[in-house]
Design a protein around this ligand. Sequence first.
Ligand SMILES: [Zn+2]
Length: 437
Amino acid sequence: MKVRIGVVAAALAVPLVLVNTPSNAPSAAQNEVVQPDPAPYYWQVPGASERALKAAGFDVEHGDGGALQVVGDQRVADQLAGLGFRPVRHDTVYKDVLPRVADVGVQTFYGGYRTAAENAKRLTDAAAAFPALTQVYDIGDSWLKTQGRGGHDIRAVCITKKQAGDCALNPNSAKPRFAMIAQLHARELATSELAWRWIDHLTKGYGSDPEVTSIMDTTEMWVVPVANPDGVDIVASGGNSPRMQRKNANNPTGCAVPTGGVDLNRNSTFKWGGAGTSRCGETYQGTSAGSEPETRALEAWFKQLFPDQRGPGDTDVAPVTTKGVMITVHSYGNLIMPPWGWTWNANPNKAGLDALGRKMAAFNSYTVRAEGDTTGTTDDFTYGNLGIASYTFELGSSSGNCGGFFPQYSCVDSLFWPRNKGALLTAAKAAKAPYAS
Ligand SMILES: [Zn+2]
């Protein structure tokens, strides 16, 4: 074990970040030389416009309450200053890695987070342990797999007390459905772990927890725990200094990893276009609507789960008889975001979507608010195209040991799961009539 000390952090007289680099860190997905990212920070940029920052190519994120932040090292701050902005350091990206009693035989990084391969094994194991309650599907390939360069299957699990005909890839299901996807943005580490707490809560609670038993008897819960497994390989290749990969691994133009790839949350086929057009930018939308295999896999899967229940017009209202809820889990910002992303105009089901959003927020205390200027998102697709009640969750605050992209692993059980358990149960219960609440 070698110990690296954040030099920039020391110079700025903030607590030292001790980083352990394991010798068994998985290799990068693309055979490039792995250089640890220089000590990155979250920077507040008072007075800046999101559009201007993105146009200049910065990695722009939303902090608590939607405040703009830029992710990067001191050089990025210098670039911001050179453009006339006044960046203020907000927090570190890497938190102290706490010792953890490792699960035997499980390859983890950064205090307990799992690689894409470990998450795949975890799903196989869960399905084997609970055959009457689960059905796993391979719904498509990651970009690297389509290129014959390794990569992964993207896998979904249906969780319910299976009756004849349940868990079929057919939109006319007997039971209403709640679909959840996580880690579409690879560096948002806690999101897949939240998905796993949800899967485990449902499978292990059936027959003993009355609330879980009732939901499992009446509803299908579908989960894609890792929607961007190639990206997760790149993140995990940094070991205890996880790499800042947001997008997939489709990097034919040679952007410097971790800025290569396509933003899978800007690539959906609903209102695609007008997002990031810079190939190396963090919100690069891809060459065409649904250009990426991950996007196509997810959209085909959503269409197999849910009938189209909304008209084609921008102002068409999904009827009160609509069934189905979708949550895509991201971080960070403590937000529950309903559509639209493509416009600042209110979505036509705003009253119903906000009402269910507030019911979920009663558990996690997140702010319910739509956010425009983001075309090609997953939830715009599932609401806009199919009419189902759809939300983006942004887990966690922008600072502290449980904040940002890389919260300490212990935060999953101390904060994210206890806060969001009730919200996810609420979503599942609402699947039969999400706009009737
Ligand atoms: Zn995200």
